[in-house]
Write a protein that binds this ligand. Structure first.
Ligand SMILES: [Zn+2]
Length: 685
């Protein structure tokens, strides 16, 4: 490099940080016996083949994988004179990768316990805490000198010796309550109280503890981040978990650690994680960590899943905006079934990178939900929108800001019980500007502190008021269809009636309201001779659907989204999707017509638009794992092009087939070939 080029390089490195550059991450998490027993050349070759452009390598904490000079920093007993961390790092640097070092401070060995028993976490009964999974180890205290002093020196040593791009800390924020002398003293100094016990703590002590715990973790975050940046201004501390810190603007990349699904997690959940991550992290890169192994309470951390499952989980995350990060624990490949599928996916991702560097989601619908409320409402609404192939974003915890709201035409409030007066006013203004709202059940019945209101905070929008009671369980109740031609009933024209939900808020609506659905209240469901309608013509609206100026509001006083999630009756899904379409009062920017269950997304890049179609049609969609990918047939696609833009070319990024397409005004129409797992319609404009 010439002197001039070197100067230019140094300047550009100062001006631009690296954080937005990597598109594909790889993590090799060493286990203690890896040094001397694994093949670094194999991994470096794999990283090269998959075009990973950033890596996370295990450095220290519980076990050091480099020749640390810090007393009591436990070295792998297989380390000898080696430096596997440094060796892998040098190889990755040669490949042009960014590299961050992983530390895990949550467990410590006997010699550290012997030298500093006060660095170990203490149980409520005063006993030092042995590690739950490996009793010869000790659980460390996250909020005392072990992290604040000892681990700070470890962090400093790694950054100064290796000029790393950042430190990624796993399990750094503690492993539950700690009653060590430092925690007791520090908490007392904070508020004059004793640490709350696990049983019978006062609400005040619990609240004070939460505040202190958060403050302490912020101090630790600031300390480590500051020390790292002193040594390398272009590096940062990346805390895993603990959202209040991870969400901060000063954490330059959002890493979402959602490695795989288990139990009854639907396959689309990784896409939801991606939307939720982006909802909180704003414009910073959102990276989705996925494992090649199973996630289950039995923790088969060294396992490999069926490739169809690994691919589907990762691809759904990518479609919804994650940059992929593949994790493997243990550098000695015991089961090689994952290498090829991950390689194929990453190579595809690399080849099509310019269409995956998203600038903005183009969805006009946002699903809003609060973390106080049961997830079943948001899951049900999510499932309904997904089945309807409506592109949508999520807004977690109803964090509205005016800028963000502007991009949406409809806000779907999935039983958002707690809303502040200010948030209610924002929603009112949103409708006045011509926006649409669909709300369910107890939305706005409480304020932001969870205190009951006398009426809905959104009573003016709903055109209904609360009668003071929620029916917590109704058996055998229905909805009579009053207006078969109403847009809410599209696709249900031949239905005689629709089942009601399980819970219902009692409301008083204006007598002039003509609701397309009226409640048929509960009647006996046994003996069978008694199962007949007693009160066919109730005056209880089953839904409120009204236009307010240019805006539109739909309110379901019952738990339609939650019941949909529990029962999965298709009528409820259709009603929810119709409500969103009607409230939008304009065509959705993407429509996909064809067989199967397809998760869709629509994105803008620098000079293109992409539509993702992920085929999640599978008997293992809602509980898994996938055994095989089952292709679906052709899909007709209609996409809104940005106003006045002319389409230059259209490509199918997965099948590689040449599309027949036409542009009609601001709309592009095409038909995809049958879809295996994934297709991307890429439109150059
Ligand atoms: Zn402690």
């Amino acid at each position: 490099m010439s002197a001039l080029a070197a100067t230019a390089f140094a300047q550009s490195a100062e001006e631009t940080s690296w954080y937005d550059r990597p598109m594909r991450w790889a993590q090799l998490a060493f286990v203690e016996d890896d040094p001397g027993h694994y093949d670094p050349g194999f991994w470096l070759d794999y990283f090269r083949r998959i075009h990973a452009d950033a890596v996370c390598l295990s450095a220290g904490g519980c076990v050091a994988f480099y020749p640390t000079k810090i007393p009591l920093h436990y070295r792998s007993k297989f380390l000898g004179s080696g430096d596997p961390f440094g060796e892998m790092l040098a190889g990755c640097r040669k490949l042009g990768m960014n590299a961050i070092a992983r530390i895990d401070p949550h467990a410590a060995h006997q010699d550290l316990y012997d030298a500093h028993p006060d660095w170990i976490a203490v149980e409520a009964n005063g006993k030092p805490r042995r590690h739950w999974a490996m009793p010869e180890l000790w659980v460390t205290c996250a909020l005392g000198p072990y992290n604040f002093e000892f681990m700070t020196s470890v962090v400093r040593e790694i950054v100064s010796a290796y000029k790393i791009d950042g430190i990624f800390a796993n399990r750094w924020s503690g492993s539950g309550m700690c009653y060590c002398q430092h925690c007791r003293q520090n908490f007392k100094a904070f508020c004059g109280m004793e640490l709350p016990s696990s049983t019978g703590a006062s609400p005040e002590a619990t609240n004070r503890f939460a505040a202190w715990h958060k403050q302490r973790l912020f101090e630790l975050y600031s300390l480590w981040n500051g020390e790292i940046r002193k040594l390398n201004p272009n590096a940062a501390f990346f805390p895993n978990g603990f959202d209040p810190i991870r969400d901060r603007a000063s954490v330059p990349i959002y890493f979402a650690d959602r490695q795989a699904r288990s139990g009854t997690t639907p396959i689309w959940q990784n896409g939801k994680f991606a939307k939720d991550a982006r909802s909180t992290c704003g414009s910073k890169p959102a990276v989705g960590l996925f494992s090649v192994g199973l996630e289950a309470p039995y923790r088969w951390k060294d396992s490999v899943q069926n490739p169809a499952e690994i691919r589907s989980w990762a691809v759904d995350g990518i479609a919804q905006g994650f940059r992929p990060w593949v994790i493997k624990f243990n550098a000695k490949p015991l089961d090689r079934r994952w290498f090829k599928p991950v390689e194929d996916l990453f190579v595809w991702h690399w080849k099509n990178e310019k269409y995956l560097r998203n600038v903005l989601p183009l969805a006009k619908v946002a699903l809003v939900y609060g973390s106080r409320e049961t997830q079943d409402h948001s899951s049900g609404f999510y499932q309904a929108l997904l089945e309807a192939r409506i592109p949508f974003e999520t807004i977690v915890d109803a964090r509205f800001d005016a800028d963000r709201l502007q991009q949406f035409q409809v806000l779907a409030l999935a039983n958002v019980v707690s809303l502040s007066d200010a948030q209610c006013a924002q929603l009112q203004a949103f409708v006045e500007r011509g926006g649409g709202i669909v709300a369910t059940h107890e939305t706005s019945l409480r304020d932001e502190h969870g205190a009951s209101r006398r009426d809905f905070g959104l009573a003016r929008l709903f055109g209904a008021s609360w009668k003071g009671k929620t029916i917590e369980r109704q058996q055998n109740a229905y909805l009579a269809i009053e207006d078969h031609k109403h847009p809410l009933l599209a696709g249900l024209e031949d239905a005689g009636r629709i089942i009601h939900g399980a819970k219902r808020v009692e409301i008083a609506a204006s007598p002039s309201l003509r609701a397309p659905l009226m409640t048929v209240p509960t009647y006996p469901d046994l003996p069978m001779e008694e199962v007949y309608v007693r009160d066919a013509a109730s005056n209880i609206p089953g839904v409120v659907a009204r236009a307010l100026g240019r805006g539109r509001v739909v309110y379901f006083p019952w738990d339609i989204d939650r019941t949909f999630w529990e029962v999965l009756n298709q009528d409820h899904g259709i009603l929810l999707a119709n409500a969103v379409r009607w409230a939008a009062n304009e065509e959705q920017p993407l429509s996909v017509t064809g067989p199967g269950m397809i998760d869709v997304a629509l994105w803008k890049q620098e000079s293109s638009i992409t539509a993702h179609l992920v085929n999640v049609s599978n008997p293992m969609s809602m509980r898994g794992s996938f055994r095989e990918i089952l292709p679906v047939g052709q899909q007709k696609v209609r996409i809104k092009i940005l106003e006045g833009k002319k389409v230059r070319s259209v490509r199918f990024l997965v099948s590689g087939a040449t599309p027949k397409w036409r542009q009609i005004g601001d709309w592009l129409e095409t038909t995809t070939p049958p879809i295996d797992l994934h297709e991307v319609v890429a439109i150059d404009i």
